[in-house]
Write a protein that binds this ligand. Structure first.
Ligand SMILES: Cc1ncc(COP(=O)(O)O)c(C=O)c1O
Length: 337
């Protein structure tokens, strides 16, 4: 790939390892599962978002900003990573957080606790305002300007034609590591929501000519919605780079969204706990845990067999595990497997 990268600052500990999850593969009885450990991009900066933020904070610096503004759910991994990166680099940080329905004051736990520890300014928005998030962030930037500050707005999930480059870098890293996987080309299974991760993966696979089937497992939106977000990012990136949009096929999967964003069944939680007991890795119920449950169900349905390889991209999110009710697990002595 000859494409030059936009300016970037280094925040993540890279490369993250690619590990063979032997016990999990054996217990689930299907393909060999490899886990790309983006939960290890840092401690507070763990997860996929920091890869995208490396490009956004470089752009913020170039623009002369002293403040960053972004948005997300109360337990947003992206907002937490932004707040901590801002604290590390010396920016003021304003988060527009979507409060769950009927919640007056969110409990101080998980990512939201870390936002507060990082000193972010937090403005809550009711769920109905979520559609207006871009306008609300622009309005906040205008307010900051009027007060003598310069603000850089980072969209939801840092998922745009700039943040996408974080996953182009990630794919270069993975392509080097994946040579040790023998046999069938590994399907790249990952949680998809705001689309930036999938867009970067697809863009790089296309430009590098990688023979990697890509499975984007939605954790809340319909397949069509995720596809539309990815296409919009690609179109913008194609304009900015004066190149064609990728033609690489991506399988958009919405069979495993269950009750929707952040809603997890008891059975899902059991599968996630089982996965932790077989890997020593922590998954979050909203993103990685749900994507892992989806993979488990596909294996049970025979979509992937013993000759197949899967790379499960562990995109982080561990802190959000502390904001879910796992009490049913407490009733059962481990090990779960
Ligand atoms: C832990 C985790 N995994 C996956 C995703 C989905 O990535 P994207 O928003 O780029 O589709 C997110 C988004 O918030 C996340 O926090």
């Amino acid at each position: 790939m000859t494409q030059e990268l936009p300016p970037r600052i280094h925040l993540a500990s890279l490369p993250t390892p690619l590990e063979h999850a032997e016990r999990l593969s054996k217990h689930w009885g299907g393909p060999q599962i490899w886990i790309k450990r983006d939960d290890l991009t840092g401690f507070g900066l763990s997860g996929n978002k920091v890869r995208k933020l490396e490009f956004h904070f470089a752009a913020a610096a170039a623009s002369g900003a002293d403040t960053v503004i972004t948005c997300g759910a109360v337990q947003s991994n992206h907002s937490r990573a932004t707040a901590l990166a801002a604290a590390r680099l010396g920016y003021r940080c304003i988060l527009l957080l979507r409060k769950p329905d009927c919640v007056e004051v969110p409990e101080l736990q998980g990512n939201y606790l870390l936002d507060r520890l990082a000193g972010a300014t937090i403005r809550f928005m009711p769920p109905n305002d979520w559609e207006l998030r871009d306008e609300l962030m622009s309005a906040e930037a205008a307010t900051q300007r009027a007060a003598g500050h310069a603000a850089w707005v980072i969209p939801e999930g840092a998922s745009d034609a700039l943040g996408m480059w974080g996953f182009v870098v990630a794919m270069r890293e993975l392509a080097d590591q994946a040579v040790r996987i023998t046999g069938a080309p590994a399907t790249l299974w990952h949680a998809a929501s705001s689309g930036g991760t999938t867009a970067g993966i697809g863009w790089a696979a296309d430009r590098l000519g990688l023979d990697i089937p890509i499975a984007a497992c939605s954790i809340g939106d319909s397949a069509a919605e995720i596809k539309a977000k990815v296409s919009a990012i690609w179109q913008q990136a194609a304009i900015e780079t004066a190149t064609e949009t990728p033609t690489v096929p991506i399988e958009y999967i919405d069979r495993h969204i269950g009750g929707g964003y952040g809603i997890v069944s008891d059975e899902d939680l059991d599968i996630q706990a089982e996965a932790t007991s077989l890997t020593g890795q922590v998954f979050d119920p909203t993103y990685t845990g749900k994507a892992l449950v989806g993979l488990r169900r596909e294996i049970a349905a025979g979509t992937y067999g013993k000759k197949d390889n899967i790379i499960f991209w562990h995109t982080g999110g561990g802190f959000a595990a502390f904001s879910h009710d796992f009490s049913r697990i407490a009733a059962a002595d481990g090990p779960h497997a």
